[in-house]
Design a binder for this molecule. Structure first.
Ligand SMILES: [Zn+2]
Length: 384
């Protein structure tokens, strides 16, 4: 079996972007897996780089970008790995390289607001947004600069855009545990009014979640929720998933984890975790790593087995501008998900999310009201 050809991905993308689904756009949505730094669009990156006098370069492409158009071309990151040159992760270069332009409080504020405005336009009512403090402090950005920008945007999103926001502080798993613990002290604890949970991202190769057991134990004791990435098609995906699901880690959520679809043992472990536990699935983030069967067959197998799934976008700017609505659209178009099932994805997200009981109740009410209205209108139009 072979990976999905790039021209086919472009066809899917073009259909989804040119004929947006009114149902998916108006469905009230939750997004539980989106990286703030992964929403940095080429246009905003270009603007911020200019303002902060930061050169825009790519070591991988051996290039300096002098226009937005040139930069946009470098964002065609769904291309197969062979086109990108050996040994360099195009995604990580773009993702971590992109952050260089973020320097001042207002840069973080503008980045956040760009995403929140877009989320609001797509019908997102609640989101848990990941951010990587270590990727900023190692560039010399003080934590208060970062967190003030995020806080200002969080308050404004709720007040003006009808989007409720909580943050997930992610730890870079390819940095040492000591750095993780230090950032837990300097960021998670003082800003816990903004932060619902602690996550684990970055390069998974040879960095299992178990390396961070002391961090997760501490976070749990302090009342934070916990989650970790288990990216698709990683050599140790099954080992990592098992660690996430079992003691002593036993985290509260899995980000990605599609590899569980081929393991009855892992599926049973996930289901055994019970109410509130689930996986965040981001189809556009997998298309260049999987065959169609692995991706859509895998999601369907998990779903049919009764695994709780919510759909998210991960790093939408770096998967050719596919946000949560486009991820839902891809599951509808290629994964055969019905409208009813996509509504169920939102109910799942409400159950999985780390909002207060009161907020969960409100979100659920809005989803059910929308769905009842949609079915009624559809019934009416079918009778005409
Ligand atoms: Zn992610």
């Amino acid at each position: 079996m072979r990976r999905i050809p790039y021209p086919l991905l472009q066809t899917w993308k073009s259909i989804i972007h040119t004929t947006p689904s009114p149902f998916l756009l108006s469905l009230p949505k939750l997004e539980l897996h989106v990286h703030l730094e992964g929403t940095l669009s080429p246009t905003l990156r270009f603007t911020l780089a200019r303002r902060n006098h930061i050169p825009l370069t790519s070591a991988r492409l051996n290039k300096t970008f002098t226009s937005v158009e040139e930069l946009q071309e470098a964002y065609q990151l769904l291309e197969p790995p062979s086109v990108k040159g050996p040994g360099v992760s195009a995604f990580f270069e773009a993702y971590y390289g992109g952050m260089e332009c973020l320097r001042e409080e207002r840069d973080f504020y503008e980045l956040s607001m760009e995403y929140f405005a877009r989320a609001s336009g797509m019908g997102v009512r609640y989101c848990e947004v990941m951010f990587d403090p270590q990727a900023h402090t190692r560039r010399g950005i003080p934590i208060p600069v970062l967190m003030s920008g995020l806080r200002r945007a969080q308050l404004e999103a709720e007040e003006k855009l009808n989007v409720k926001v909580q943050f997930i502080m992610c730890i870079l798993r390819d940095a040492p545990l000591s750095s993780a613990l230090q950032h837990y002290e300097s960021t998670a604890l003082p800003y816990r009014h903004m932060i619902a949970g602690i996550g684990l991202d970055s390069n998974e190769f040879q960095h299992p979640p178990s390396l961070f057991a002391p961090l997760f134990a501490r976070a749990r004791r302090d009342g934070f929720k916990t989650t970790a990435h288990s990216d698709v098609a990683q050599p140790d995906a099954h080992v990592h998933l098992k660690q996430i699901l079992t003691e002593p880690l036993q985290l509260d959520r899995v980000d990605h984890g599609l590899d569980a679809a081929v393991s009855l043992e892992l599926i049973e472990l996930i289901k055994g975790r019970g109410e509130g536990f689930g996986m965040t699935i981001c189809p556009w983030a997998y298309v260049r790593h999987c065959t169609e069967e692995e991706l859509f067959g895998g999601v369907r197998r998990l779903w049919d087995a009764g695994v709780r799934i919510s759909v998210s976008s991960d790093s939408p700017a770096y998967v050719e501008s596919n946000y949560v609505v486009e991820n839902l659209a891809l599951l509808k178009m290629k994964g055969g998900f019905s409208d009813e099932e996509l509504v169920q994805c939102q109910r799942n997200a409400v159950e999985m999310c780390w909002a207060s009981g009161e907020v969960k109740k409100e979100l659920l009410k809005e989803i059910e009201k929308f769905w009842e209205g949609w079915k009624r209108d559809l019934g009416g139009s079918l009778m005409l």
